[in-house]
Design a protein around this ligand. Structure first.
Ligand code: FES
Length: 137
């Protein structure tokens, strides 16, 4: 397991951004806290999966839910479930994490830890596909 961050580093009303690598390259993930439980999600909206949920400094939370900055989809911080917006019914891809002694660790065989913070606008962003285009914007 690789250490991501101390839980003290998680903002109360926001998310903590870190980077992971899988067979497709480096991607961004976010740590969230829900009633003391820590979860992590790949930082890609499920409406347009080439769109990050945030502007680069962590996804916004509103009423305890992750909000996509692009078109305002809402995702539950503990399940990744989209309960409002153009991709309603979808789920954010999960990244498995463990907490020990106030520290969050990456515990996912599918990902290696790369570092904290957002990605540069680089070439290593895997391109996704867009879905839910039938939603009225
Ligand atoms: S890209 Fe996130 S709601 Fe459209």
């Amino acid at each position: 397991m690789e250490r991501i961050a101390s839980l003290d580093e998680l903002p109360d009303e926001g998310t903590f951004v870190f980077r992971v690598r899988d067979e497709d390259g480096v991607d961004e993930a976010i740590l969230t806290r829900t009633n003391g439980d820590i979860h992590a999600w790949i930082n890609r909206c499920q409406h347009w999966t080439d769109v990050r949920l945030d502007d680069g400094d962590g996804a916004m939370l509103r009423n305890g839910e992750i909000v996509c900055e692009k078109h305002g989809a809402y995702f539950e911080t503990d399940t990744g479930y989209c309960n409002y917006g153009p991709c309603e019914g979808s789920r954010l891809p999960t990244v498995d994490v463990e907490v020990h002694d106030g520290e969050a660790y990456l515990d996912d065989e599918g990902y290696d830890f790369v570092g904290t913070g957002s990605m540069d606008d680089g070439d290593d962003v895997p391109q996704g596909t867009r879905g839910g285009d039938d939603f009225e914007l």
